[in-house]
Design a protein around this ligand. Structure first.
Ligand SMILES: Cc1ncc(COP(=O)(O)O)c(C=O)c1O
Length: 388
């Protein structure tokens, strides 16, 4: 094993990042506004403190019922994070050492981290121009070691699930959806939570539904998987004195369930605002020839956890927007196969050309529910001025 401490700076970089976040006027971070009604949440948390049911308390049960209802699934299982949701789902499906999981080269690190932590090897596919896995690449990657396909519904746009589910059926492979961006998204009328065998959601701050720290939830229609996951997130316990599987602790905190339930009541408004803001950007930026807006599908309800477009001179545009007070971000500049962590997989530049091109050209603009039309107009004007 490498001596990591001699190779990299492992200092916690987040406190510094939080301070940076506050500096820009038009920001991706909207948490102060979102939780301006925090007194309502505090009063419910006070009840939790008085009851003392801090882990998997009654609020978690209520959240699970409500989440299953909005997802149209038989089950929802609260866990400690979106990463744990993916990791535990893979373990519940029996994924382990020597297995392979087919996924996208263009995602957040957690998708791949969960596969690797489960003991499996990530097998990458390239993406389409809409940033989602290209199903036509999947079949050629299937080997006797393949145990699951893991599509990521990037930015809240469900993948081409008809094609992926057909492959899953043909080869008897489970499909674990990384739906961490995709609460309330639909594909041909089906919710992201009901696509595939299992779907995994994150409640991380700045996700469309977020809590005061980490949290996640898994949805499935399978009674068997749901039972297994309920055991696996809580040490395999069926009661205080009886353990059925030696497992893990990934219980959703009751306090986080209170926050999640509070926002679940607002999720339609959150989603509709994001969609409306994205549509406005689409309309106003479609005339800028240096920008490519990913195609939008009529039968997909994309919920824009992030609003990403591809553009020329991306780094210059990003710096220009930041200098002018706009929190332009890149999600993400280096695809998974080119990350230092993936060195052992022996990939090289050129292996997944669309993922690489999009990583080089993508930029994300704030699209959350509190951005105003004036702020959007300001961003649009800056972009048009930049390109002259
Ligand atoms: C696509 C994707 N998958 C998984 C995760 C992991 O979620 P969490 O941060 O809750 O562990 C994230 C979170 O940012 C994500 O963006």
């Amino acid at each position: 094993m490498k001596d990591f401490n001699n190779m990299v700076n492992t200092k916690n970089y987040l406190p510094e990042q939080y301070k940076q976040n506050d500096k820009l006027g038009i920001n991706h971070n909207y948490l102060k506004q979102q939780f301006s009604d925090h007194d309502i949440i505090w009063s419910k948390i006070r009840e939790v403190v008085i009851r003392g049911d801090f882990t998997l308390g009654s609020e978690v049960d209520l959240l699970e019922k409500e989440y299953a209802q909005i997802s149209g699934t038989n089950h929802a299982i609260g866990v400690g994070s979106g990463t744990d949701a993916i990791f535990l789902s893979l373990k519940a499906l029996g994924v382990g050492q020597g297995d392979e999981v087919i996924t996208t080269a263009f995602t957040f690190y957690a998708t791949i981290g969960a596969i690797v932590t489960a003991g499996a090897k990530p097998i990458f596919c390239d993406i389409r121009e809409d940033y989602n896995i290209d199903p036509s690449e999947i079949e050629s990657k299937i080997t006797p070691a393949t145990k699951a396909i893991l599509p990521v519904h990037w930015s809240g746009k469900p993948c081409d699930m008809d094609a992926i589910e057909e492959i899953g059926k043909k080869y008897n492979l489970a499909i674990v959806g990384d739906a961490c961006h995709a609460i309330s998204a639909t594909y041909k009328g089906r919710t992201a939570g009901s696509l595939g065998s299992i779907a995994c959601f994150s409640f991380h701050p700045l996700k469309n539904l977020n809590v005061w720290g980490d949290g996640g939830i898994i949805t499935t229609n399978s009674d068997k998987l749901a039972d297994k996951l309920r055991l696996m997130r809580n040490h395999g316990l069926v009661g205080r004195d009886e353990c059925h599987i030696f497992s893990y602790n990934s219980r959703l905190d009751t306090i986080q369930a209170v926050v999640a339930r509070h926002l679940l009541g607002k999720i339609n408004h959150i989603t509709e605002s994001r969609v409306a803001h994205a549509k406005y950007f689409d309309r106003e930026l479609s005339s800028v020839s240096q920008i490519i807006i990913p195609n939008r599908d009529d039968n997909i309800y994309q919920v824009f956890h992030i609003y990403s477009i591809s553009c020329q001179r991306r780094n210059e545009l990003k710096n220009y927007l930041i200098e002018n007070g706009v929190d332009a971000k890149v999600h993400y500049p280096i695809p998974m196969h080119l990350q230092p962590a993936a060195n052992y997989l022996d990939h090289r530049k050129g292996d997944f050309p669309i993922a690489e091109r999009i990583a080089d050209s993508t930029i994300s603009l704030p699209v959350h529910e509190f951005i105003t039309r004036d702020q959007q107009d300001h961003v649009i004007k800056l972009i048009k001025d930049f390109y002259g």
